[in-house]
Design a binder for this molecule. Structure first.
Ligand SMILES: [Zn+2]
Length: 389
């Protein structure tokens, strides 16, 4: 359990120490931080470590934690585990690695999923700014249910029961179109859940030129984004927006080697606008950028009861954050539920997450390094012919 901490600062300190130590072991490694301005806190940073390929740059791994702030505790633990157990066994002759730690430091530190502007970063990653002006009519139809007004009180259980039942009917049973509308992201209700913002959030705007520059040196990129809260408890899910690009699909297929993917377009799932991994694919331009989003399940949200509980917790936490809590008891209860949903405290859950990640990520890295081996051989053959002349 050595990788799991209770506060943002502890996670960040550990990451910084490890990053500084590592950077002195490799040629031209760099550490850095992006300061995120805040109305309440002068010490919020996205920290990063870049170790370039040590000989011939070909492939780049980008491993991101804390895009959804509170999910950063587990993401940070996985990054630390990856550095300890996997990185040292990888050859960095052709492989470069970037670790992005705590992409949403405000949410990380204050136990929220969203940024200080109530923005869900996984709805905010927009290349075409017209998306920020888009209207989500389905969301509007449900806005009273999705954004209840007034102080949150846990004593009003009766009310919440009916309220949630209504949402559940709409989302799960009656109208899949509306479920999609509720979850895909919205750009009108700044106090609502799944709000994508009006412009790129500052840390993404700062990250963009850095990523573009790093990508220039490599031929292909594997981008892994770490999340918690969705799916079967203790299970490591692979969750992706649909992909049309055949080159990306082929790469993904090879790298995953038969691992099951939950596609957002499947019957019980949903697609997302403004997604981080899609944005990164666009920053990579013509290069191959293979996206992988890991979700570590906590509440069995694939089942009826878990789905109901998940949305209840999300709506309640947001209501408290927007309109306040009626009393301390209500606040404690909701915050504890929120923490249990995104950062379970049991040893069983945490060790399962680490073990599964260690096995699957080792395998994925080996496959990624192998991929296009034929291409490399061909290049060697061409090179030797050229030399023989
Ligand atoms: Zn997430």
């Amino acid at each position: 359990m050595e990788y799991f901490y209770k506060t943002y600062e502890e996670c960040r300190n550990r990451f910084r120490n490890v990053a500084n130590e590592l950077s002195s072991n490799y040629n031209n490694a760099r550490v850095g931080k992006i300061k995120v301005d805040s109305m309440i806190d002068p010490d919020l940073t996205v920290d990063w470590l870049y170790i370039p390929a040590q000989q011939q740059p070909r492939k780049l791994l980008v491993l991101t934690s804390g895009l959804h702030g509170i999910e950063g505790f587990t993401g940070s633990a996985i990054q630390l585990m990856f550095i300890d157990r996997i990185l040292s066994r990888l050859s960095l002759e052709e492989l470069g690695v970037v670790f992005i730690h705590g992409l949403n430091p405000y949410g990380f530190k204050y136990f929220r999923k969203v940024t200080e502007n109530n923005v869900d970063l996984n709805r905010n990653c927009v290349i075409n700014p017209r998306l920020y002006q888009s209207i989500n009519a389905g969301y509007s139809k449900m806005s009273n249910l999705l954004i209840p007004k007034g102080e949150l009180s846990i004593d009003k259980l009766q009310y919440r029961f009916f309220h949630l039942n209504a949402i559940y009917k709409i989302i799960k049973e009656s109208l899949p179109i509306l479920r999609q509308a509720a979850l895909q992201g919205q750009y009108e209700y700044e106090r609502g859940i799944y709000y994508g913002g009006k412009r790129l959030e500052p840390q993404l705007a700062a990250l963009e030129p850095l990523l573009r520059t790093l990508f220039e040196d490599y031929q292909s990129i594997l981008s892994v984004d770490l999340h918690t809260g969705y799916g079967k408890r203790g299970k490591m899910h692979l969750f992706l927006n649909p992909i049309n690009d055949e080159k990306v699909l082929a790469g993904l297929d090879y790298v995953l080697d038969g691992e099951k993917i939950n596609w957002g377009s499947d019957a019980d799932f949903y697609t997302i606008n403004g997604e981080y991994l899609e944005w990164m694919g666009q920053l990579a331009n013509e290069k191959l950028c293979i996206p992988i989003r890991f979700e570590y399940g906590t509440l069995d949200s694939q089942k009826t009861l878990g789905a109901l509980k998940s949305i209840q917790i999300m709506i309640s936490e947001n209501q408290g954050a927007q309109f306040g809590f009626k009393d301390q008891k209500s606040k404690d209860r909701v915050m504890q539920d929120f923490l249990d949903m995104y950062y379970p405290s049991t040893v069983a859950w945490r060790s399962k997450v680490l073990t599964d990640s260690s096995i699957k990520m080792s395998k994925i890295m080996n496959r990624f390094l192998e991929y296009e081996v034929a291409g490399a051989d061909q290049r060697k053959a061409i090179a030797s012919i050229t030399t023989q002349k």
